[in-house]
Design a protein around this ligand. Structure first.
Ligand SMILES: C[S@@+](CC[C@H](N)C(=O)[O-])C[C@H]1O[C@@H](n2cnc3c(N)ncnc32)[C@H](O)[C@@H]1O
Length: 235
């Protein structure tokens, strides 16, 4: 599959921000991203020995938490498009030999059907060219009865907070990004991608249309992030 225009510039963006990604994430989320990640992992209901796929794994922060949950008798695969992000992930995840990192595309996963107990995607759906296709791929590789968890940034609902959040993402994020990377563009893109990403109800409908059941959506931190959890029907 030839990379789309979006995939090509995603690689350029993430190459630029990879070295400072974890630090900037902590700063711009005021450390809340740890809480969002923990909640997502908890909702994924992982068991020791599970085989788990972390799509758009980036620097591997979620991947590491997944590996701790499934233990050495399990297996975690972290997949990402960006070699620069995967390079940092490899450094961060050295202590977990049961993690495998794969360079690949969320829209055409290089795995057979029905092989993972859990699939997880953190801040990835907003970044892929076709979120529906990414979800369909997560569905395809899940074992029947398996569970998916998707964590994503969102727009708060409350009007005043929405306005403040909009100003924060439009003005402060590019500024912080510039300080750490010398380039505002990746963080201007972050603002744009949050504003244009479909509402949680629309994402819930896409999950259902693909065939997921028990689709549940939770908003955290006054709607700054949402977590969708769902099952692939099965035994
Ligand atoms: C915002 S980062 C999220 C990283 C990580 N999940 C986290 O929680 O910090 C988004 C990641 O998605 C990756 N990405 C974007 N498009 C992709 C695609 N089509 N296939 C696989 N990875 C992709 C980027 O390279 C980047 O590492």
């Amino acid at each position: 599959m030839r990379p789309s225009k979006k995939e090509r510039w995603q690689k350029v963006f993430f190459r630029k921000i990879a070295p400072s990604y974890d630090l900037v994430n902590t700063l711009i989320s005021f450390g809340l991203h740890h809480h969002w990640r923990n909640y997502t992992i908890e909702k994924a209901d992982l068991q020791p020995g599970h085989r788990v796929l972390d799509v758009c794994c980036g620097t591997g922060m979620i991947t590491k938490d997944l590996a701790q949950k499934v233990g050495p008798q399990g297996k975690v695969v972290g997949l990402d498009l960006s070699p620069a992000m995967l390079k940092i992930a490899a450094q961060n995840l050295r202590a977990y030999p049961w993690i495998e990192l794969v360079e690949g595309n969320a829209l055409a996963l290089p795995f057979p059907n029905d092989v993972f107990d859990r699939t997880v995607i953190g801040y990835g759906l907003r970044n892929v060219a076709d979120p529906r296709q990414a979800l369909a791929e997560l569905f395809r590789v899940l074992k029947p009865g398996g569970k998916v968890a998707a964590l994503e940034l969102a727009k708060p609902r409350a009007p005043v907070f929405n306005r403040l959040h909009r100003i924060y993402t439009a003005v402060c994020l590019p500024l912080v990004g510039y300080l750490f990377t010398g380039d505002k563009k990746p963080y201007q893109y972050l603002h744009h991608s949050i504003q244009t990403y479909p509402a949680p109800e629309k994402i819930t409908r896409i999950f259902q249309e693909i065939g997921f059941t028990n689709v549940c959506c939770t908003a955290l931190s006054w709607g700054v992030v949402t977590i969708h959890v769902a099952n692939k029907p099965g035994p």
